[in-house]
Design a protein around this ligand. Structure first.
Ligand SMILES: [Zn+2]
Length: 78
């Protein structure tokens, strides 16, 4: 298992997500951003908007995705 924080994934807080793969932590972050948006957390709104854009522009998002995967690969195991 590895740990990536909300901040490492482009968000504003230090909530830690754990996963076996980059996809795990990306999914966890997506859920986190959705939950924060529901609570009306303004600090997370820019990251949430970025996430929505990734779905609309998958080709552009590929750079972000690959960078996140590379960051995850470089992390030590927990
Ligand atoms: Zn957060």
């Amino acid at each position: 298992m590895k740990t990536m924080t909300c901040r490492q994934l482009g968000g504003p807080c230090d909530l830690a997500h754990q996963g076996e793969s980059a996809d795990d932590v990306i999914n966890a972050q997506d859920q986190h951003l959705k939950a924060m948006e529901k609570e009306g957390d303004a600090a997370h709104q820019p990251a949430r908007n970025e996430m929505k854009k990734r779905w609309l522009r998958p080709r552009k998002a590929l750079g972000w995705y690959n960078a996140t995967k590379a960051t995850f690969a470089d992390l030590p195991q927990d």
